[in-house]
Design a protein around this ligand. Structure first.
Ligand SMILES: [Zn+2]
Length: 487
């Protein structure tokens, strides 16, 4: 059960958004794929251990899930687990999923699993690096294993690692002890890459601890920052074999390091007009604009016109006379374009319909170039690699030389395949707009002539102090400069 929530998002998550499958269909979806579950299946098959596939459900980031839909999904999972009578359970979770009246979806699920299976069945959990780890999650799991990469490209390896650990716990070889330390701090996603910089050094430290044999799994979690919930903040989790004191000591040391680096995570955003000016001065393309405030991987609706309007203006004033591409979620616009048909010229208001606080629709006249069923398969290493996703019906709406890929539902924009599957080659664009703070770098940085993190308002903005916080425990850094922490 995998979703990252954004409690500022105006879009509720439904049961169908998870495209859940149960039983054998789980193996069909994930066997041989580079997902956590692909890793689980790989290791268990290798070990010739019996496997009972229960459920696979992944949803794109959005707002809180409708409570009745969540209860339906969790009940199916828990009933499936109880019927399987497992020796051990492997769960691939995100760890920042929120539901109506429940801030900790994964803690809720884990408590239900524990209640159904009793205290002796080990439950090993994988979490996204942006997980919000809670006390209830730690209390109800034998071991937690987090990603070590951002952009996330190690889901398969982390799945394998968790499954190996699960097998060693079942055989009695490892008696896991786990320590978690919560840090009163949230961190911008834009500067949390693991390829270089402050988070890279933390992850290298975690890996070194694992390699030394002193710990089974060491995870550092920079929580996705758009959760207005009480038990919020970064965390470190260390799993050792038996030695609980050592797990606590290592977790303390890593938490202290994380806290010490807090100021290094600041980001510098560029105003859109300035980014366009600089992009036009770059020879060739593509120049990538990351509109992280509307990141579809961070719970934003993907309908911001914060970059689109300046791009259209630049084209109108003849400053921009080269092709550009942008993704937009707008089911009404898709319906109008489909009705008009391929080749039609349509005048319509697009974008700015979900998040009315931060963005407004823009009236455009364009040409319906392509209509599709919105099905495409991620190719780049990352989310759901090799698995088909569906973003509802989609159209390519061309306004001058700006190609706007409009879909009925949200989709990850980190893989160029999103555009390619719809006849838009990013390599031939002057400007490509992605809605992602950092995940796009894995596939786009090798192609990009330049990258700009552009500054627009939105529910996944990097300007955290501008968000309407109400429930998060204060003080917390960087919202409160006076925050203190002692590991
Ligand atoms: Zn993540």
């Amino acid at each position: 059960m995998l979703q990252e929530s954004n409690t500022f998002s105006p879009v509720k998550t439904r049961y169908e958004d998870f495209s859940p499958v149960f039983g054998e269909a789980v193996l069909d979806r994930h066997r041989g794929k580079l997902t956590e579950m692909g890793g689980f299946i790989d290791v268990i098959t290798e070990a010739r251990a019996p496997i009972a596939p229960v459920a696979a459900a992944w949803a794109i980031t959005a707002g809180r899930m409708i409570r009745a839909d969540f209860d339906r999904l969790v009940t199916r999972i828990v009933e499936g687990l109880a019927a399987a009578r497992p020796e051990a359970v492997l769960l691939a979770l995100h760890g920042a999923q929120c539901v109506e009246r429940e801030d900790d979806a994964e803690g809720h699920l884990l408590a239900r699993v524990r209640a159904a299976l009793g205290p002796d069945v080990p439950v090993v959990v994988t979490l996204d690096l942006h997980a919000n780890v809670t006390r209830r999650m730690v209390e109800n799991a034998a071991a937690i294993v987090g990603y070590h990469t951002y952009p996330h490209i190690d889901m398969f390896e982390i799945g394998r690692k968790a499954a190996r650990l699960g097998l060693r716990i079942v055989s009695g070889e490892v008696k896991p002890a786990m320590a978690m330390r919560k840090i009163p701090m949230i961190t911008n996603a834009e500067n949390m890459q693991t390829t270089h910089g402050p988070f890279h050094r933390l992850i290298e430290r975690a890996k070194a601890l694992e390699a030394s044999g002193k710990a089974e799994a060491v995870s550092v979690f920079g929580v996705q920052p758009w959760l207005d919930i009480h038990e919020m903040g970064n965390a470190v989790v260390v799993v050792t074999d038996a030695k609980a004191n050592a797990a606590g000591r290592h977790a303390d040391a890593l938490a202290a390091r994380f806290w010490k680096k807090r100021e290094e995570f600041r980001v510098r955003l560029t105003p859109v007009d300035e980014a366009i000016r600089q992009a036009l001065a770059v020879k060739g393309g593509p120049v990538v604009f990351a509109e992280s405030s509307d990141s579809t991987g961070s719970g934003s609706p993907g309908d911001s016109t914060g970059v689109l309007i300046p791009l259209l203006d630049a084209q109108l004033s003849a400053k921009l006379d080269e092709p550009a591409a942008i993704f937009l979620v707008d089911p009404e616009a898709v319906a109008l374009a489909v009705e008009a048909g391929i080749g039609a010229t349509v005048t319509m208001k697009i974008g700015g319909k979900f998040d009315r606080r931060n963005s407004k629709p823009v009236e455009t006249t364009g040409h319906v170039r392509l209509i599709s069923d919105g099905r495409w398969t991620a190719r780049a290493r990352g989310y759901n690699t090799g698995i088909e996703t569906c973003m509802g019906r989609a159209v390519v709406f061309e306004v001058g030389r700006i190609r706007i890929l409009i879909a009925e539902r949200s989709a990850m924009t980190v893989d160029p395949e999103l555009f390619r599957s719809h006849g838009i080659e990013p390599l031939y664009m002057k400007i490509v707009v992605v809605k992602s703070p950092n995940g796009f770098r894995a596939a786009y940085e090798p192609l990009a002539k330049a990258v700009f993190l552009v500054d627009t308002p939105g529910v996944s903005t990097a300007n955290l102090s501008t968000l309407p916080w109400k429930r998060v425990s204060r003080p917390i850094y960087p919202l409160d400069a006076e925050t203190r922490f002692e590991a």
